[in-house]
Design a binder for this molecule. Structure first.
Ligand SMILES: Cc1cc2nc3c(=O)[nH]c(=O)nc-3n(C[C@H](O)[C@H](O)[C@H](O)COP(=O)(O)OP(=O)(O)OC[C@H]3O[C@@H](n4cnc5c(N)ncnc54)[C@H](O)[C@@H]3O)c2cc1C
Length: 342
């Protein structure tokens, strides 16, 4: 089967490596130059372990990070690691067409997708034939839109405040629930640390208005484990306000094209499962293709049968969504609120 993967992020590269191991030569098209990414800490949840174990990169990545909730049998519930360590391990030995954007889908007379058009930075185009195009091009997936697959985007009722510090934190992970069910947490890895908390949806200016010292004081008071990391912040530029949105797609495929990873689902920041489930998607799809090597539609059907029971419950039960339902229930204590006095 000729497979073209749109997007060489962590899910696209994982799928590429797993298909290679099954004797295939997928074409991976990635818009960014080789090695380009935004450095950040990243929590790799256990849901992503099996495909990375099969590729042979899990142990090496784990050694470069810090375990989260290590268990007596030597495993860990998750690993906090600088994201580039995983991306570079996945890229090893994987041919990728870099600096090209999948800009169009090619269809046959019956409307089936049979290839893609990739456009390079200088405007030249190349057409790649495909029995199956797999969209691994992230939340804003262009392929998903071109395939006519709809998405449901649901803004959460709350916003989030995050920070990233060059100081390794004192712990790999700590999280605490506040009175109204919202949360505050911190991640640490050998090269840095980060923190997040839910906050009122007041816009960036109002959320940052109390200033850096007030943000540090609040964080350390509510989550003492964050002190080492957050104390090293020197500028409000290291703090970000966001309004997270959940993304789900009622359908994942059309003849000749399938969406997986962030292009198919995105969860609330509290779950920590977005990438682990995306890596699991890649694993399931590689197996579905191996079992249906001459029939892309059968591979897609098989994929949906395996993945829907995994992905759909996470979508339905996202903790951010549950809090939306309970809004108006228990109030946060005044000392927990952000911005203060809101
Ligand atoms: C700030 C932040 C923190 C996060 N922290 C965590 C965490 O701790 N744990 C966790 O599990 N998840 C986390 N996530 C989510 C996680 O990063 C994603 O789930 C994961 O990256 C999904 O991988 P993906 O390959 O599906 O998509 P992406 O990583 O978005 O990769 C998509 C790739 O496709 C390329 N692309 C896009 N359009 C095209 C096109 N038309 N043609 C060619 N290439 C294209 C992009 O350049 C990109 O490389 C976080 C997300 C953010 C934003």
């Amino acid at each position: 089967m000729k497979v073209v993967i749109s997007g060489g992020g962590m899910v696209g590269m994982t799928l590429g490596r797993l298909l290679q191991m099954r004797g295939m030569e997928p074409v991976i098209i990635e818009r960014m130059p080789a090695g380009a990414y935004i450095p950040r800490g990243y929590m790799l949840g256990f849901q992503g372990y099996p495909p990375l174990e099969e590729i042979g990169v899990l142990d090496g990545v784990r050694k470069q990070g810090w375990d989260i909730a290590p268990r007596p049998d030597g495993s860990a519930v998750a690993v906090c690691v600088e994201v580039g360590k995983l991306l570079s391990a996945l890229a090893e030995g994987l041919p990728i067409v870099h600096e090209h954007v999948v800009s169009d889908l090619v269809r046959d007379a019956g409307g089936r997708v049979v290839g893609v058009v990739a456009t390079s930075d200088d405007g030249s185009t190349t057409t790649y034939d495909a029995d199956l195009v797999v969209a691994c091009d992230g939340v804003g997936s262009r392929v998903r839109g071109m395939a006519g697959l709809e998405v449901k985007i649901e803004p959460l009722a709350e916003a989030s405040l995050t920070w990233m510090s060059p100081e390794p934190g004192g712990v790999s992970f700590a999280m605490s629930y506040l009175t109204d069910g919202s949360h505050i947490g911190t991640l640490g890895w050998p090269q840095g640390s980060a923190g997040w908390r839910t906050c009122e949806k007041v816009g960036e200016e109002a959320a940052l208005a109390p200033g850096l010292d007030a943000i540090k004081e609040m964080w350390i008071r509510l989550l003492p484990e964050s002190e080492k990391g957050i104390s090293a912040l020197t500028s409000l530029d290291q703090v970000q306000y966001r309004e997270p949105q959940l993304l789900s797609a009622p359908e994942w495929w059309r003849p000749g094209v399938l969406i997986i990873g962030d292009s198919a689902h995105f969860f609330g920041p509290e779950t920590g499962v977005s990438s682990g489930l995306g890596l699991g998607d890649a694993h399931a799809l590689a197996e579905a293709i191996r079992q249906n090597p001459d029939d892309a539609d059968a591979a897609c059907r098989s994929y949906v049968t395996w993945r829907a029971p995994v992905i759909r419950p996470y979508e339905a039960m996202d903790p951010g969504r549950q809090r939306m339902v309970l809004a108006g229930g228990q109030q946060a204590r005044p000392e927990e609120r952000w911005p203060p006095g809101e």
